[in-house]
Design a protein around this ligand. Structure first.
Ligand SMILES: [Mn+2]
Length: 393
């Protein structure tokens, strides 16, 4: 059996006010083409399908076309769960009908306890939930009040939920999990002896890989880069198909795509398949004169990419219509930042801060911001504040 693993589509998302819908549709076409070329048996969407609980009409229409193409036009099963960005109740609409065409959709915790059965595997689909959802669910299940009240953290909740999932295991099949959380590698093996305490105290807010050890493979959503996968072989993020923020313009974040999971009786493997951006996101940091120098800008994908530009060493008072001038050369600028003389100077000071006294740091800061040293009165005021502070110690 082969599955295509993707997540975090965030349909309807914008980047500093620019719609990403064209970008998302272009990525979708590639996802579908990969699914068909690889002849997968289904497409997994591990949460954050929409960007918001109440998506725009454009987002709804766009996603509708995508899901129709997969499920109706190409008869491919869909295994989708809600993420923290999705409105679980709204997204749930039509769930029972969708199942008739093998569009499997879980948005609520209560739906997670019946796996989808294929001849080779049980596919468990656990949507995003919080500890309160788990309390409500287990209360309804008649769990003793004391145990319900003991659910404080996602870790507490997950231990109960996973125990109930593994209770459904068919030992003749592989056990796959689709879910949407931050999962981190299990702490040092040195801590093994104290794991009883670490899981209760240290692991309060996060989930660690050891919780999922009963599953043969876990397909995650939530973190937008596959490089965050907490277990490189078995517990993986697919990452988002599209770059959503300027931070991801950094080349080290390059490599958006999907994963193809191949499940055989004795092995489960994954393979990354890249997706090319329609409009790339390029981050530049240079002084004003450089940015306007043809020798520099002719090296850039002018008017073809989106640019995030930081103007270094910048004196704002000397230039007008900065954005307009840059846009004329570069095209769309989704983010424009300035690094002033002061900021650059402060960055340099930052290294020296350790060696300065507190009142000297204040003086330095004042000088950096105003370009002038503290006056005698101001200096006395600062001194007095520090004297008072020391007294309070
Ligand atoms: Mn997300």
């Amino acid at each position: 059996m082969k599955l295509l693993h993707t997540a975090d589509w965030h349909i309807g998302r914008t980047l500093n006010g620019y719609s990403l819908l064209d970008e998302q549709e272009a990525a979708f076409k590639q996802i579908l083409a990969i699914a068909l070329a690889e002849k997968v048996d289904g497409i997994v969407i591990a949460g954050d399908i929409y960007d918001r609980a109440v998506p725009s009409t454009d987002a709804v229409t766009s996603l509708d076309h995508m899901l129709q193409a997969i499920n109706i036009e190409h008869h491919l099963p869909i295994y989708a769960i809600a993420g923290n960005h999705d409105g679980a109740k709204r997204l749930n609409y039509g769930r029972e009908w969708l199942a008739y065409t093998n569009f499997h959709l879980n948005t609520l915790l209560a739906e997670a306890f019946t796996p989808i059965e294929t001849p080779e595997a049980q596919i468990f689909m656990l949507p995003f939930f919080d500890p309160i959802d788990a309390r409500v669910y287990y209360q309804q299940q008649g769990l003793p009040e004391k145990q319900v009240k003991a659910i404080h953290t996602i870790n507490d909740a997950m231990q109960l939920v996973l125990a109930d999932l593994t209770a459904q295991f068919d030992p003749t099949k592989r056990h796959l999990l689709i879910t949407h959380f931050t999962v981190t590698p299990k702490a040092d093996d040195d801590l093994e002896l104290t794991s009883e305490t670490t899981s209760k105290v240290g692991g309060l807010a996060t989930l660690t890989t050891d919780l999922f050890s009963d599953f043969d493979y876990v397909m995650l959503g939530h973190i937008h880069t596959r490089l965050a996968s907490p277990d490189p072989d078995r517990i993986r993020y697919s990452g988002s198909p599209v770059k959503f923020n300027v931070k991801e313009a950094n080349p080290k974040f390059h490599g958006k795509g999907v994963e193809i999971i191949t499940i055989t009786p004795d092995d489960i493997t994954h393979e990354f398949k890249p997706i090319q951006p329609k409009t790339d996101l390029v981050s530049l940091k240079a002084p004003w004169d450089t940015l306007l120098d043809p020798e520099f800008y002719q090296q850039q994908p002018l008017k073809q990419a989106w640019f995030a530009i930081t103007v270094q060493d910048f004196d704002r008072s000397k230039h007008l219509n900065v954005r307009a001038q840059l846009e004329q050369i570069y095209g769309t600028i989704v983010e424009l930042d300035y690094e002033t003389h002061h900021q650059a100077a402060m960055m340099n000071h930052a290294q020296a801060l350790d060696t300065l006294s507190p009142d000297a740091i204040v003086g330095q800061f004042f000088n950096d911001i105003t370009g002038q040293p503290l006056s005698k009165t101001q200096q006395q005021l600062v001194d007095q504040i520090f004297v008072n502070l020391r007294k309070e110690d």
